[in-house]
Design a protein around this ligand. Sequence first.
Ligand code: FES
Length: 569
Amino acid sequence: MPLRSSEWYAGDTRNAYIHRAWMRRGIPVDFSSRPQIAIANTASDLTPCNAHFDEIARAVSNGVYAAGGIPLDLPVVSLGETQVRPTAMLWRNMAAMAAEEMFRANPIDGLVLLVGCDKTNPSMLMAAASVDLPAVAVPGGPMLTGTFQGMPLGCGTDVWRLSEEVRAGTMTGDEFIQSESSMIRSAGHCNTMGTASTMSLVAEALGTILPGVAGLPAPDSRLLEAAHQTGKLAVEMVAADRRPSTILSRASFHNAIVALAAIGGSTNAVVHLLAIAGRLGIDLTLDDFDRIGSRVPVLVDLLPAGRFLMEDFHRAGGLLGVLREVRDLLDPSALTVTGKPLVAYLDEAPIWDAEVIRHRSTPLVEEGGIAVLRGNLAPDGAIIKPAAASPSLMKHRGRAVVFDSIEDFRARIDDPDLDVDAESVLVLRGCGPKGYPGMPEVANMPLPQKLLEQGVRDMVRVCDGRMSGTAYGTVVLHVAPEAAAGGPLALIRTGDIVILDVVARRIDIDVTKEELAERTPDDSTVAGFANPSRGWERLYVDHVLQANTGADLDFLVGCTGSQVSRESH
Ligand code: FES
């Protein structure tokens, strides 16, 4: 089959001359038979978790050459989770759209996606799915474990824990600042089971990464070996015409959901997997996460739900070790980038440390996964991660204390006169995809200082935003529709009784249907919703979908393919 790139390079036309002449920079000039492999590189100094990617790109590049292809570095939009404001999620779809267009516009036959920090992974998978060129990802790996005062530090999770300790008076401000230089020990992304770790493991379960590679620590030399192998694999995938549409199926997403539950992964994976499935035309719904995942045991004892970190996880056997324990729950028909089924890699996948990765007979949590809640507060759904919640709060009635925006929350939460107690339910709105805009990770609201001082460490919280993958607590999040999209979350008032029943999968307010129908949002509530005047934010607010379908833009759902029918020279 002729290469796609030969549409640019083959023949003796003026256009082919131009395309070839500008690319003669010492690379092999046999444009007709050597696949052109773009290395979509999210390296950036402003994405610290991906700052080491140029070394990985070189290893991929050598692998592509070794297999007879031509490697081409393609810098793409990179999103540093800790750096960009107002929230990296606002730019996920933009990064995906920009990458998709560049993949399609350029003379390339296959893709290697270098992914790491939270949004760099789903944005590249969404782009690859929509352009449907042979594509394989290399995860940049988690960082090594840092320590402070003799104790391991979990990136993200321990920032929240330490800052709460300061607020509770059990740690000094000086000690807090001292811990800062110990938090990031090496190159790599966050080392807890946060969103980056979760997405790389879930992407492997999905079949988009060479099996056994996700979770390799960033400084581990085996990651560079894997990058080399991935470069070779990309060339093979072009020859085999192995595309996202031929690998990824409903079965792949089934396995990704099982993996997400078994690793106790980040709730952010729900919105990302829904968006990736949407690009492939696969009918994945929020309910699939509950149906497939909620009875899967959590086997991985990692922060934020457990004790260990990603370096321990890899040492203990990694994702394949986990999946071997739940093999009977996987769909054996799902393929991987190698062309072989995922389950083919599970025969030799031992667990080396059963403290970190539990055997099926001794799970960390009997039933993990994501619970999908519905009710008069979330008609289209909301989610909660039971493994990160307090068992005593899974069934709860409490008086709502409502905040219209994150700024409103910050201004009032520590007010000694705020009418709140341990039974109260903190409700934060205006934080959905449209309302903020960008659906920030604010749902795990810090608790009121006066309650922290009383020893309270968890409360029921409800929000239309997201929660950091490194956070924990009894948090009902991704409420859909969001308040700014006309959801009933805009109508709840301080003093209403919120009823949470996770077993019954319900989140309601004790207000009659008739009374709710008569209410309208207060002016102060509406004033909290974003109304940008121009640029990407305007486009985003006008077109973003709700969390229960993946928060993609309505016109980006689906696959366009790689065809470009016009040329300008
Ligand atoms: Fe990049 Fe956590 S900030 S993975």
